[in-house]
Design a protein around this ligand. Structure first.
Ligand code: SF4
Length: 315
């Protein structure tokens, strides 16, 4: 890793991409198939609140997941057929994406995870959830699946700042996130943290602090999202009444580069942009050019002659 002029450490990337990691593990292209297993969320069904996290879309942040009116097998087959048109070969990770995918009866969870795992060429499971939906019995179930397949759990953090967590109605805080992470790691379950840059009321410094704090946690993966303002969300109403500034593309790219420099090289970067359907996005519009954003991040890392983990002092 010492040749800074030729940093081809993760393929042609200066950060540890999920694509690179999965090719290393499975020796082939691996696709995630995003599923909607019909869950809800305690922050949506009235248990904690009925508003949800204020930025959460009506589809529980699973806007590209399968159609919940179809059974899981049908969803899987449909999405796999779409992937197969682009790539004729590959393996699959069944990705429980929409809403809170550990919020349910353990036997139901077992049934849907098992079903997904039994689909042809599925080599693993990814399960997205919130930190307050991992009771002991669910953790033990996840540990059981962890022994028989390649598993990671995606855990929403979004921000370490209490005041933002409160104003965005997350209904959990950083401390809860840390406890749940600890519980997952005790069982050696790979954990991917989600953070969001551009939450209203946060300064760039606060966003950097969230990234830097997460960098010190025992996570195995990280997703960095840009805040997307989506139609039919409580945040859209707030914006209508009192608009708040979006991050510009330039600001976002600089923040991502700053954070990547602090993230340990072995942490897999699962995502550096969010995805939103054009029809439901209010802003920022520049985020629709996903490839341009990703290319600009690559360019910025080259311009700065930097890479993931460079600021950790031992590279
Ligand atoms: S925890 Fe997830 S599904 Fe629940 S409201 Fe928040 S973003 Fe939406």
């Amino acid at each position: 890793m010492e040749n800074a002029t030729e940093p081809l450490w993760w393929g042609n990337k200066r950060y540890h991409t999920l694509n690179w990691e999965l090719r290393k593990v499975f020796g082939t292209k691996v696709f995630k198939i995003p599923l909607d297993a019909g869950f809800t969320c305690p922050n949506r069904d009235g248990k904690l609140s009925d508003k949800g996290c204020l930025f959460c879309s009506p589809r529980g942040s699973g806007d590209f997941a399968g159609d919940r009116k179809e059974d899981l097998k049908q969803q899987f087959d449909n999405l796999k057929a779409v992937m197969h048109k682009k790539w004729h070969q590959g393996k699959y990770i069944a990705y429980f994406q929409a809403f809170t995918n550990t919020y349910g009866d353990v036997e139901y969870l077992r049934k849907v995870y098992e079903l997904a795992l039994n689909q042809p060429e599925v080599v693993g499971l990814a399960i997205a959830t919130r930190p307050d939906c991992l009771p002991e019995e669910v953790l033990d179930l996840l540990a059981e699946f962890n022994k028989k397949t390649y598993l990671w759990v995606e855990l929403g953090l979004q921000t370490i700042h209490k005041q933002t967590a409160r104003s965005m109605n997350l209904q959990y805080d950083y401390e809860k996130f840390r406890q749940s992470l600890q519980n997952l790691r005790k069982r050696e379950i790979q954990t991917v943290a989600h953070i969001i840059l551009g939450l209203p009321g946060e300064t760039h410094e606060m966003m950097r602090v969230t990234g830097e704090t997460v960098a010190e946690l025992p996570i195995q993966g990280l997703k960095i999202h840009l805040l997307h303002l989506m139609k039919n969300t409580p945040l859209a109403q707030i914006y209508k009444d009192k608009p708040f500034p979006y991050l510009t593309q330039h600001e976002y790219i600089d923040l991502v580069a700053d954070i990547l420099e602090k993230i340990p090289p072995d942490v897999v970067i699962h995502r550096l942009t969010g995805d939103s359907p054009r029809s439901t996005l209010i802003g920022p519009e520049w985020s629709l050019n996903k490839w341009e954003v990703l290319n600009s991040i690559d360019d910025r890392l080259v311009q700065r002659n930097t890479w993931q983990g460079r600021m950790r002092g031992n590279l």
